[in-house]
Ligand binder design. Structure first.
Ligand SMILES: [Zn+2]
Length: 156
């Protein structure tokens, strides 16, 4: 697995979020779902898992594709940061567990995303749910332009 700077507020978070936007460019196209990238990064900067929407299955969300690569018993998870280009979803039609619920099933303590999900498909309160459960949530709307560009065809 690749590595980069240890996750931290500021330029390190920005660097990893730009990586998730790059991952999202690999998503199979869709007119009904966002294209998202996700990376789970250990405290020392080691990438524990990466994913993007619809990678392994047409219903895949980026976070679940990334978490699928992670060993659930990996002790580094508790100190890891999950980066997602889009706010993790809080409800979904196609699968029983939202990405927020999948994240809360792990010990990942910190979640960083760039773009707060617009109410195109469903109302999302993923950030609030994660915060309410005691996880640190960082929003970087200054990096949302790249995410909007990848999803421009959905925004009309
Ligand atoms: Zn999701």
């Amino acid at each position: 697995m690749s590595a980069g700077p240890p996750p931290a507020e500021g330029e390190s978070d920005a660097r990893w979020l730009r990586r998730t936007v790059e991952l999202s460019r690999s998503c199979p196209p869709s007119d009904t779902a966002f294209s998202v990238g996700c990376a789970v990064v250990a405290a020392d900067g080691t990438v524990l898992g990466e994913g993007y929407s619809r990678r392994d299955d047409p219903h895949d969300h980026a976070e679940e594709a990334a978490l699928r690569e992670v060993d659930a018993d990996d002790p580094r998870l508790a100190g890891a940061t999950l980066y997602s280009s889009l706010e993790p979803c809080s409800s979904r039609a196609s699968r029983p567990l939202s990405c927020s619920a999948l994240i809360l099933a792990t010990p990942v303590a910190r979640v960083v995303f760039a773009w707060r999900e617009p109410s195109v498909f469903v109302d999302c309160d993923g950030a609030e749910r994660l915060r309410a459960a005691g996880r640190t949530v960082v929003e970087r709307p200054d990096l949302a332009d790249g995410v909007r560009e990848v999803n421009a065809h959905l925004l009309g």
